[in-house]
Design a protein around this ligand. Structure first.
Ligand code: NAP
Length: 296
């Protein structure tokens, strides 16, 4: 029986692991994709106080190493079911076998929001991407588009501008969510152009992206489309045990506990107003300390 099982090895989950392990609890963190979470896709992180300019990959590695040094056990597996037992413990099914735990912290983050056009899914890996840092190098010296107007879209465009011949940011409004410093950096980069207010209506190309058609019928010849429309939560695994808000985020108290005693949520999957690296880490801290207290 593990004291605390944490689902999700991003900043929220690894911070929770660090705090719980340092409090003397046995902790397993389950992660199905890559430890470090979505922050590892950030080329550079400039808003983590005390560590300006750290790369997302380095930050992810450091978070993981620090948690493991503190005694966290990491498991590269997918959680497929979370069941609450009548004695108050949890039976967690993974693709690597079951784990029994006295408390669970769900830090499953969020997945990329899809563009929502025909054949988007079929063209993933063939010109449709949700990660500029992962896939940008495949489009060296080519023309690409980035869809979105937030920090991810603008940071992605800056990364891609160093690799690709041209980058076109397509955004549905004339103003941006991205921070002003990043917007200025984009405006000062000669091979990035901004197209607003436009949406993508269609992807062109049978087996490989060859272009996009915009809402006014304009066709742009691009060989890749980087979709950066924010993220959506996937809390289906805890849905029977936690209430979700209308957008699908898990509702919890200030101590991050859901309506099920011993089940906590932390990070981007939690219903709250600000989703940042720092608030994910803060959730991880609060959830871990609340879980430790609850286990007493
Ligand atoms: P975001 O801030 O939510 O921006 C999503 C963008 O996609 C918005 O411009 C939005 O348009 C657009 N959008 C959403 N749905 C759309 C649709 N169906 N069709 C067309 N456009 C759509 O997401 P994000 O950029 O991924 O950032 C998420 C969080 O991570 C933010 O808090 C951000 O600051 C943070 N972040 C930080 C860093 C960093 O510090 N290095 C890097 C990346 C992200 P509207 O504006 O019109 O709604």
């Amino acid at each position: 029986m593990t004291d605390i099982l944490i689902l999700g090895g991003g900043p929220a989950g690894l911070t929770a692991g660090l705090y719980a392990a340092r409090a003397g609890k046995s902790v397993v963190v389950c992660e199905k994709e890559g430890f470090g979470g979505q922050i590892t896709q950030a080329h550079q992180v400039d808003n983590l106080p005390g560590l300006p300019g750290i790369s997302g990959i380095e930050l992810g590695d450091k978070l993981c190493a620090q948690a493991m040094d503190a005694g966290v056990e990491t498991s590269f597996c997918e959680v497929v079911g979370i069941h609450w037992n009548e004695d108050g413990t949890f039976y967690v099914e993974t693709d690597d076998g079951p784990i029994n735990a006295r408390a669970v912290i769900f830090a499953g983050g969020a997945k990329p929001r899809m563009l929502g056009v025909d054949r988007e899914e079929a063209l993933i890996g063939n010109g449709v991407s949700y990660c500029a840092l992962c896939d940008g190098a495949f489009f060296r010296d080519r023309d690409v588009a980035v869809i979105g107007g937030g920090n991810t879209a603008f940071s992605d465009a800056l990364v891609l501008a160093g690799i690709c011949r041209s980058v076109t940011i397509i955004h549905r409004r004339d103003s941006f969510r991205a921070e002003e410093t990043v917007v200025q950096a984009v405006k000062n980069t000669p091979n990035i152009r901004l197209m607003t207010p436009y949406t993508v209506k269609e992807l062109v190309g049978a087996d490989q992206v060859e272009g996009v058609i915009l809402n006014d019928g304009t066709k742009l010849d691009v060989q890749a489309v980087f979709v950066a429309l924010g993220r959506v939560p996937d809390c289906s695994l805890i849905e029977p045990l936690a209430d979700l808000d209308e957008a699908g985020y898990a509702i919890s108290g200030e101590d991050c506990m859901t309506k099920t005693p011993g089940l906590y949520v932390a990070g981007d999957c939690r219903a709250k107003t600000i989703r940042q690296l720092t608030t994910a880490m803060a959730d991880g801290t609060v959830a871990a300390m609340a879980a430790c207290e609850w286990l007493k």
